[in-house]
Design a protein around this ligand. Structure first.
Ligand SMILES: Cc1ncc(COP(=O)(O)O)c(C=O)c1O
Length: 431
């Protein structure tokens, strides 16, 4: 915070925000979603995952452009209508008295959001910092850890680029040593995945960076096993949880992860520009904030949030994204996402010349799948899908992972995925 105003809350302004909240609560889309969830409340998640009627009703809480099939939710998720409407409502409210709402009116909500998010990911409220995205969260740790020339960091060539840029900067200017590995994926062998990191440990290793779930192909990593192996050592684990919140159940502290970053504009469907950083309580003090704080060596997690004025309506809306998730149920959402991804991958795997680079088992992957077609480049497949079939995917060749990534969302129907399968069949036949 730049300022510590101490204006007393004003009754009129309290009334004003209550009115706005009430309007959000009573919106038609919330109400119809509540009704449909109530109607199916006795169904178990695996049965519900396959119930197209239920998900068709859920899809009405999103505003979708019917001419395109968006199979890229690995980058950003859209907000459901009631969440997007809430963002508009908070933006209009903030606009009425911007200084008041930023410095005071919305501040009380910030601690409640911190608490709800801490509960969602399994850390204490004093271990969670609100950030803009995974990159700022992870880079806060990467740039802020006290390291000396010659200290070794283990990371993989398949890790997310922005994080690797940060490590390379420290390598360039401070002489830390980066030990690069290749993750042997796709894999359903947790020991083999963990060994890729553990086999290169040395007495100079200080940190291991692990993607909790790889964005390229949805591979889920055995972070728990890696942490367990290192629990009696001084080596620290930095986990990239970009894709985890509101996608998979997680308990960061129970797993033993020291530092963990995640984006909320991915599977939580919160506004773009929201994310979190978690730091184990006894490690907060030693991490230097990336943006200067009044007390850089404080043990208060809030020291990572001194960033000047920003759009606090985004933060306020995180509440509403959490409301949406709670209403739908994380187990229901996870099951539906896994079901859709596997539905598509299984059918794609039956096409001659198509290879799948993602494990189908939920224990080893999330809702992202990677496939390739023999004899045709991923970017060409992506372009054909986009141009000729209005299907939006991501094609890439990155550190040995080459293919087209699909990441469906809960509002897709299996017939959307049938259209993808048909398109891939035609592309592979005519190559
Ligand atoms: C695995 C992974 N890590 C980090 C990031 C960076 O996230 P953001 O762009 O929200 O900072 C992404 C973004 O796609 C990602 O997939």
């Amino acid at each position: 915070m730049l300022k510590n105003y101490s204006t007393k809350p004003h009754a009129l302004l309290n009334q004003r925000i209550s009115l706005v909240e009430e309007k959000i609560d009573n919106s038609k889309t919330w109400q119809s979603l509540k009704n449909i969830v109530e109607l199916y409340s006795d169904d178990d998640p695996s049965g519900l995952a396959q119930n197209e009627d239920f998900w068709r009703e859920v899809s009405k809480s999103y505003s979708l452009y019917e001419n395109f099939i968006n199979l890229n939710h690995g980058s950003i998720n859209p907000m459901p209508i009631p969440v997007a409407d809430a963002l508009m409502a908070y933006t209009h409210l903030s606009n009425e008295l911007p200084g008041y709402w930023f410095f005071e009116g919305f501040q009380g909500q910030k601690e409640k959001i911190r608490q709800r998010l801490a509960t969602l990911v399994g850390v204490s409220v004093e271990e969670l910092s609100l950030q803009r995205n995974t990159s700022t969260a992870m880079e806060t740790v990467i740039m802020g850890l006290p390291l000396n020339r010659g200290d070794e960091i283990i990371l993989s060539r398949q890790d997310y680029p922005t994080l690797n840029y940060a490590w390379r900067q420290r390598e360039k200017y401070e002489g830390i040593v980066l030990k690069w590995i290749d993750v042997p994926m796709p894999s359903t062998d947790n020991q083999k995945l963990a060994r890729a990191y553990l086999d290169v440990l040395s007495n100079k290793t200080k940190v291991i960076q692990v993607m909790h779930l790889f964005n390229w192909n949805g591979q889920l990593m055995p972070l728990r096993e890696i942490c367990q192996h290192l629990k009696d050592s001084s080596i620290e684990i930095l986990g990239d949880g970009a894709h985890i919140p509101a996608h998979l159940k997680v308990s960061v502290n129970e797993m033993g992860i020291d530092y963990w970053g995640a984006s909320l504009h991915k599977w939580l469907s919160a506004p773009i520009g929201t994310g979190i950083l978690t730091v184990k309580k006894d490690k907060i003090q030693k991490v230097k904030p990336m943006m200067a704080s009044e007390h850089p060596d404080s043990e208060d997690i809030r020291k990572f949030e001194t960033i000047g004025i920003y759009n606090s309506s985004l933060e306020m809306t995180v509440h509403r994204a959490l409301d949406y998730l709670e209403l739908l149920g994380l187990d229901n959402k996870t099951s539906r996402l896994q079901y859709l991804k596997n539905y598509a991958l299984q059918k794609l795997s039956e096409i001659k010349g198509v290879q799948i680079h993602t494990p189908l088992e939920g224990e080893f992957s999330g809702a992202l799948g990677l496939f390739s077609i023999e004899g045709i480049s991923p970017s060409e497949v992506q372009e054909k899908l986009f141009k000729n079939y209005q299907i939006y995917t991501v094609g890439f060749e990155y550190s040995g992972l080459n293919g087209v990534r699909i990441s469906p969302n809960i509002y897709h129907s299996t017939s959307d995925l049938d259209k993808l399968v048909e398109a891939v069949f035609t592309i592979s036949k005519n190559k």
